[in-house]
Design a protein around this ligand. Structure first.
Ligand code: GDP
Length: 357
């Protein structure tokens, strides 16, 4: 499953947000090291199209796509030296597809910013910089560990030369204070770099944990990216309410949808993902594929046998499906297409796969 690691300095609101995301309950403590064990929460990706499909098909259930959020223990200055929670942090974050960094914008004198310092001031850019520095330092270490071995192997196996070259360039780039993802690389180099397991190659999403009264505000970019404003406290409250109460509360805040929905969708966009649907009596279900994925690759998301034995896909565009009242209507109107192995999936395609077992 697609997984996103939630990181940030201690006491920025990670646990609060994570709890709201997963509706697990439990209290986030006002203490810098409250989140020691990584926690995994599966979150639905909201998609209004699912209900529209269900209104036509009347399935037994609706199954949205999901994103896995991993609550990663608080990062502190010096994490790369293996101090405190650092090593565990790095091990957990390595396994995720993307990073969601929570940055503190809310002011609260009762919540410490650092051990022994009260939190009536904020420094979003400085905090983001602290985390980025740790990630970059960790990547330099990762590369320096791999380089000697890589040099030896590349002497024997010349196919490894591009990987070695890019590793060397990356060390230099990182040492200048840059993150790996921003190095100018060819597609081949980028593929090679993927095998180096660098944290700063991962796409990063900034969440600004703001005070309630800042929710509508436009924020300054961090590292060239505009952060997504969310109030973790509000999200925690929303997650406790039933849908009607939640809708009312949102209205009083002047918000269209909960911040968590905005976050899930932003994560999708960041990672270049889209959905396709299967719609049957049993269930209407959203599946996740990369933008640009072919029909067999999409089939493989459902089951690896589907990809191996792929014959063809019966595809109806989402708009056709809705306008023509479903599969029968689309078929009658000649809008059900037979697509082969080369077909590149479009967002919202409603699909039946045909395959050999
Ligand atoms: P973590 O260490 O990053 O996981 O931070 P927590 O989620 O444990 O939050 C630390 C403290 O900040 C807790 O006392 C939370 O109640 C408080 N907190 C979290 N989000 C907000 C917020 O949006 N506004 C305010 N005022 N306090 C918050």
């Amino acid at each position: 499953a697609l997984s996103i690691g939630i990181v940030g300095l201690p006491n920025v609101g990670k646990s609060t947000l994570f709890t709201a995301l997963t509706k697990k309950g439990g209290l986030a403590a006002n203490y810098p090291f409250a989140t020691i064990d990584p926690n995994v929460g599966i979150v639905d990706v909201p998609d209004d199209r699912l209900q529209k499909l269900a209104d036509i098909v009347h399935p037994g259930r609706i199954v949205p796509a999901t994103v896995e959020f991993v609550d990663i223990a608080g990062l502190v200055k010096g994490a790369n030296e293996g101090e405190g929670l650092g090593n565990q942090f790095l091990a957990n974050i390595r396994e995720t597809d993307a990073i969601c960094e929570v940055v503190r914008y809310f002011k609260d004198p009762n919540v410490m910013r650092e051990v022994g310092r009260v939190g009536d001031f904020v420094d979003p850019a400085g905090d983001a910089d602290t985390i980025m520095t740790e990630l970059i330092l960790a990547d330099i270490q990762t590369l320096e560990k791999q380089l000697p071995k890589l040099e030896k192997e590349a002497k024997r196996d010349h196919d490894l030369m591009p990987k070695l070259d890019v590793a060397k360039r990356l060390v230099e780039w990182l040492n200048e204070g840059n993150r790996a993802a921003t190095l100018d690389m060819t597609d081949e180099e980028r593929a090679a770099a993927k095998g180096l397991f660098l944290l700063t190659m991962k796409p990063i999403l900034y969440v600004a944990n703001v005070d309630e009264d800042m929710l509508g505000e436009e924020l300054e970019p961090i590292d060239g990216v505009v952060p997504i404003p969310i109030c973790a406290k509000v999200e925690a409250e929303l997650s406790e309410l039933d849908p009607e109460e939640a809708a009312e509360y949102l209205e009083t805040l002047g918000l269209e949808r909960p911040g968590l929905e905005v976050l899930a969708q932003a994560a999708y966009r960041l990672l270049g993902l889209q959905s396709f649907f299967t719609a049957g009596e049993m269930e209407v279900k959203a599946w996740t594929v990369r933008i640009g994925a072919t029909a067999p690759q999409a089939a493989g998301v459902i089951h690896s046998d589907f990809e191996r034995g792929f014959i063809k896909a019966e595809v109806i565009s989402y708009d056709d499906y809705i306008e023509l009242g479903g599969e029968q209507g689309a078929k009658a109107a000649g809008r059900l297409r037979m697509e082969g192995k080369e077909y590149v999936m479009a967002d919202g395609d409603v699909v039946h796969f045909r395959f050999n077992v």
